[in-house]
Each structure stands twice: as C-alpha cells, then as structure tokens.
Design a binder for this molecule. Structure first.
Ligand code: ZN
Length: 125
C-alpha cells in the first residue's frame, strides 16, 4: 500500500490548480487575442488592396469618374464589347479606344501601340 504524503499532495494539487487557472485565464485569451489581431491585420490589408483596385476601376487618374459602362458597340473600332463607355456626348467607346484606358500601361511600358482614335480619324471616310 502506497503511502501518500499529504503535504506534498496538497502542494502538487495547489500547483496543478494554479497552472490550470493561468492557462484558462491568461494564456488562452492571449493566444486568441493574438490570432484575432493577426487575422484583422490581414483582413485590413486585403480590404485596402481591394479598395484601391475598386477605385482604380471607377476613377480616372485625374480623380474624375469614368463614364457609365454597359454592353455595346464601340463607335471608334466597331467591335462589340461587354464593357463600353457611354459618354455624355452619346458616343460609345471600348476600353481600348477610350482616351484614358483603365488598364493604363505602367511607367516605362511601350505606349506607342495605343493612339487616340478621336483625334486622328482612322476610318478613312
Ligand atoms: Zn473601340
């Protein structure tokens, strides 16, 4: 029959209870708070990137809104497109023909391919 030292048993029980209390009231809440904070920081970065992308599609580089978009036929290149700008003048232009294209080339990229069809009539009529 094993002899139990009641003083050691009590001290061990007291220590075990203390460890459990610290675990439940300090370590676990701190870990949860850290996880929530990290997820929130990541969500904020993703949202900021999405907002920038959204604004880039809605606003021109000078800050003005792009004209309303819709499905239609471009007046300059006569190509049907899912996204055609309906200008206030009644003209419809696709992304390729609009003076400020949404996917504007990055600085340093070759821009010689694009030319403004409104300034130089290319239809030859
Ligand atoms: Zn076009």
């Amino acid at each position: 029959m094993a002899v139990v030292d009641l003083t050691t048993f009590g001290a061990n029980l007291y220590l075990l209870t203390g460890i459990l209390v610290v675990l439940f009231f300090v370590v676990i809440p701190l870990a949860l708070a850290m996880i929530v904070t990290l997820k929130w920081l990541r969500w904020r970065a993703v949202k900021k990137q999405a907002d920038l992308e959204h604004d880039r599609k809605r606003f021109q580089p000078d800050g003005r809104h792009y004209p309303p978009l819709g499905r239609g036929l471009c007046d300059a290149c006569h190509v049907a497109d899912d996204e055609v700008f309906f200008l206030p003048s009644g003209q419809r232009l696709c992304h390729r023909c609009y003076p400020e294209p949404i996917d504007s080339p990055l600085p340093g990229q070759d821009t010689s391919v694009w030319k403004d069809p409104l300034e130089s009539p290319s239809q030859g009529t």
